[in-house]
Ligand binder design. Structure first.
Ligand code: G4P
Length: 532
């Protein structure tokens, strides 16, 4: 029973946004309302400043911050809230995609002036792939922005999701009076306040009451009434199941920096958001209510101290109860491991835990046993799906500049790629190492970390590949022919799978046409299904 009670309490989610929309500010305010921190400004901005591409100390500092804020847990309204941090910088998008595999729902922050931006679109695509329930928070209402109806139209068309406003703003910018909460039928009056939690909520069951005119003025009151009428006509009323199935997204309005609309968001969030959900494996679906423990590693973080090469593997518990010092099965290695010091993260404090439940994220000290996507369980042979390596977008050849340090370089690059910093492809002849990433910044991080942590110096030479595709086929003869014809574009990934490095979309399409029996996979997810 205890497991079920713990499960009912858990709410594990991620906050996503285009950089600068207010993700860090909202996270901080949620922690403030949740009582996990006492003053605003306690959560450091977990983003690499645009000017810092060559400032390695900045990168190191950011890594430190991002370990501390990887998971922020706190109790609120009888629930245990786990916020999983996602890096804002686009070069770390793959890290964000993987973190999204470990959440049960998402809050998407949109800047009311900028509307839907490029990165928001990409992140929402990932959420839609998994039908992750999404709540939208339209931020910066204290500033002049787009008309709310236009914004909602833009969200529906660009993000390909229906919306359901649960609140509605009265004016914006200088004329911003507050927000009417459609869901709770009350009025939250705006006061600019950056540090304190101040609330002025007026219960207002009937929006036709003259009280509304007295509070916000006659013209804004009339405008609100007519807009609410339009909302009733245009949007479907809220239904929790429709939200939970990922079909539509409830929308809130507020101003995170002014603490405005945050508590309403949090209160509604804990009421409607999902408890830990089931997860697919290559064998069957694992329900969170199952007795036996299972979980998967979605992120690996290197220790910041180069003298201690150990790392922290972040494991999301999917089912059962994880217990300290208990042997669990590492499915990929077929070996058993126990963990004497698993950690949990309460806001910025780390502490050793004895047990963890579905929805929880724990840190496991790792000396190189884990890779991203690894499954731990009580013995059944299944691997969790949905944590693929995406096809990188940038490719460079890694050259060793110091032949005496080639062992260190091999070890370093192997560990860094296990962490998911980049992907490694080996090309013949000569075991040439092609590194694939989603952003330019990663090459700088790799070169810096190889030097700093492993004492190996390297140089990168750009390659003009645009995609890596994993190859599978039933037709061995066709594969053999393809491998010899395209020898210059063939490489192997770390697990010895063949990969085709295509130079252009055209060449990839030609290859797909000429070799119809070969499947060209854009992510490495297929490896899991082929494993058993
Ligand atoms: P991010 O994590 O999504 O990248 O955004 P972040 O929270 O860092 O916010 C980006 C900027 O937007 C910050 O200003 C922040 O203060 C501001 N901001 C957040 N919420 C609101 C809001 O509701 N209204 C207004 N007007 N501004 C908001 P900055 O100048 O970049 O940084 P700072 O010096 O204020 O920290």
């Amino acid at each position: 029973m205890k497991n079920l009670e713990a499960l009912e309490k858990r709410r594990t989610f991620g906050i996503i946004s285009h950089p600068d929309a207010g993700k860090t500010t909202l996270t901080e305010k949620l922690l403030l309302f949740g009582g996990a921190i006492q003053t605003a400004g306690a959560v450091k901005n977990n983003k690499i400043k645009k000017t810092a591409t060559s400032d390695f100390m900045e990168i190191e500092k950011q890594r430190g911050i991002s370990v501390a804020t990887s998971v922020m847990a706190f109790e609120y309204g009888g629930k245990q809230i786990n916020i999983l941090d996602t890096p804002g910088h686009k070069d770390f998008a793959e890290d964000t995609y993987r973190t999204l595999t470990a959440v049960d729902s998402v809050i998407l922050v949109i800047d009311c002036a900028n509307g839907v931006e490029q990165q928001t679109e990409k992140l929402m695509e990932v959420c839609r792939m998994r039908n992750t329930p999404v709540i939208i928070f339209i931020n910066k209402m204290d500033r002049e922005g787009q008309d709310p109806f236009t914004l909602l139209d833009e969200i529906e068309s660009k993000l390909n999701i229906k919306v359901c406003p649960l609140a509605w703003p009265i004016g914006m910018g200088d004329r911003f009076k507050g927000v009417y909460n459609i869901y709770r039928k009350n009025l939250n009056l705006f006061q600019a306040n950056k540090t304190k939690i101040a609330k002025e909520i007026v219960s207002l069951d009937d929006i036709h009451s003259p009280e509304l005119d007295e509070i916000v003025g006659h013209a804004p009151a009339e405008e609100l009434r007519s807009e609410l009428e339009m909302i009733e006509g245009v949007y479907n009323p809220f239904n929790r199941d429709t939200y939970l199935s990922g079909e539509y997204a409830p929308v809130f309005f507020g101003s995170a920096v002014n603490n405005f609309g945050v508590q309403e968001l949090l209160d509604t969030f804990i009421e409607i958001s999902p408890t830990p959900r089931s997860r697919e494996t290559d064998l069957r679906t694992i329900e969170p209510t199952e007795d036996k423990f299972s979980g998967f590693v979605f992120k690996i973080h290197a220790n910041l101290d180069p003298k201690h090469r150990d790392r922290i593997a972040f494991l999301r518990v999917v089912s059962g109860k994880f217990e300290r010092n208990t042997f669990y099965n590492h499915v990929r290695l077929g070996k058993k491991f126990k963990f004497p010091n698993p950690t949990s993260f309460m806001a910025q404090d780390k502490s050793v835990i004895d047990e963890a439940f579905p929805g929880d994220v724990i840190g496991l000290y790792d000396t190189g046993t884990f890779k991203i996507g690894d499954t731990l369980n009580e013995g059944e042979k299944f691997m969790f799906k949905g944590i693929p390596s995406f096809s990188p977008e940038l490719f460079q050849e890694l050259e060793n500049l110091d032949p005496l340090k080639s062992k260190q370089l091999e070890k370093g690059i192997s560990q860094l790629t296990d962490e998911g910093v980049a992907q490694l492809f080996i090309q013949q002849p000569g075991n040439r190492k092609i590194i694939g990433t989603v952003g330019q910044l990663q090459f700088e991080v790799i070169a810096y970390r190889l030097q700093n942590e492993y004492g190996a110096s390297c140089r990168f030479t750009p390659k003009n590949y645009f995609k890596a595709c994993w190859l599978t086929t039933e037709n061995e003869a066709e594969l053999k022919k393809f491998l010899s014809t395209k020898a210059g574009n063939i490489a192997k990934d770390k697990d010895d799978n063949y990969v085709f490095l295509a130079e252009t979309t055209f060449l990839l399409q030609m290859a797909e046409k000429d070799y119809p029996d070969i499947t060209f996979h854009k992510t490495s997810e297929f490896k899991l299904t082929d494993r058993v």
